[in-house]
Structure formats: C-alpha cells, structure tokens
Design a protein around this ligand. Structure first.
Ligand SMILES: [Zn+2]
Length: 101
C-alpha cells in the first residue's frame, strides 16, 4: 500500500535526474541531525555518514527526489523515498548502497 503523499516515480528517473544534475555525493560524518542536503553552490549532495546504511539509502533517494521534482514538499518527498525503498530489487539496493558507501 502506498503511503499518503507518495508519488509514483521510477528509480531510473531519479538516477537520470542525479546524473543530469552533475552533483557529487559527499559523505561526511556530521553529529548534527541533518541526514542529507543539496548544496548547489558546491555542486554537492551531502549525506551524513553517521547514519546506518539503510538510512543513507533512504536519504539519497530523498535528495534525488528533490532533484527530480522540486515542487514536492518534505512529507511527499519522504513518503515517496520510503515507498521506493520498500520496493527496491536487490540489484537496485546494491547500486544505492554503493552510492552512499
Ligand atoms: Zn528534503
């Protein structure tokens, strides 16, 4: 069942948006509560390395959804990230884990 606010977006649409953005994914250990952040000035997506791997995967999905559709609000973006995460194949999960490892 889809969560309220979740949009139907395919992972390949998100990876295309990521590649087209030209943003680099940078993992940093940050003891703040921020899980991830798009920093356009530095051409980077920051992902908090202190998060467990599954949380990092959901966070990169969340940030990719922002890139793909900036009009979605935080709740819609997070619900969509959770919905995509719940339906990942093993290969897709492996690819995303590689991005944030
Ligand atoms: Zn967000």
């Amino acid at each position: 069942m889809k969560k309220a606010g979740a949009r139907t977006i395919q992972l390949n649409q998100l990876t295309k948006a990521l590649v087209q953005s030209g943003y680099e994914i940078n993992l940093k250990r940050a003891s703040c509560k921020v899980r991830g952040l798009i920093i356009p000035d530095q051409n980077e997506i920051f992902i908090n390395q202190l998060l467990p791997i599954n949380e990092r995967v959901i966070t990169i999905l969340h940030e990719m959804i922002h890139l793909y559709d900036a009009k979605l609000d935080e709740d819609e973006t997070e619900a969509t990230a959770q919905a995509i995460f719940a339906n990942l194949s093993t290969a897709e999960l492996g690819y995303l884990e590689f991005l944030v490892a």
